[in-house]
Design a protein around this ligand. Sequence first.
Ligand code: AMP
Length: 225
Amino acid sequence: MIVILLGPPGAGKGTQAKSLEDSMGLIQLSTGDLLRKEVNTGTPLGKQVKQAMDEGKLISDDILIAMIKHQLQANKSGFVFDGFPRTLVQAQSLDLMLSERKKAVDAVIELKIDEEVLVQRIAGRFQCKNCGAAFHEQYKQTAKKGICDVCGGREFVKRKDDNAETVRARLQIYQQQISQILPFYRQQKKLYQVDAMQKPEQVTQQISTILKVLKNQSLTKQIIH
Ligand code: AMP
């Protein structure tokens, strides 16, 4: 299956993508994570994109499309996209790259959330410096204070772009992007909306239900034809 998660920063795309990776064996393609890896390891691409990322600005379509092309070539299985596409050009290129592989997007799930809740959510996010596990000062603290639940690491970091000012800039950019992309997928009848103000487990449950229904429909089609 090929699933796209859309939603503003902080809506829980990463969390939901991870859970789809575990429950459905999909490969999570998070363009934000891929780009941050480039920045953190100081590659030429990382150096090129660092400033724009710190300011919450979009990276060029060419760079993103090349990155995704590489990932599609390297992996055969289904995917859950998180953070891509963000522009109409990216959405159209993704359709083309998939059709060349006789594949297509199955579902686009928009995570809907209130802006004020978002600013709160994002401001409290932090990650383990060693393994990248995500935590939150209010919603998901570490089980033992100061110790990562996953790897036992004791150092934590905050993303440089997780501050109120940058978040507002990113939200504004998101609204502009989404207004291009939603009609594209709505027209293809692939768009589903989920209330992301619910608990993460409830959001996961709703997404799973949507995907199960789609999977059954596609099985039924195969039997009929
Ligand atoms: P995210 O983790 O998805 O919020 O992405 C962090 C940053 O990476 C964004 O603010 C952009 O600078 C860059 N980025 C990630 N995905 C894309 C994309 N599809 N198109 C352009 N820039 C992107």
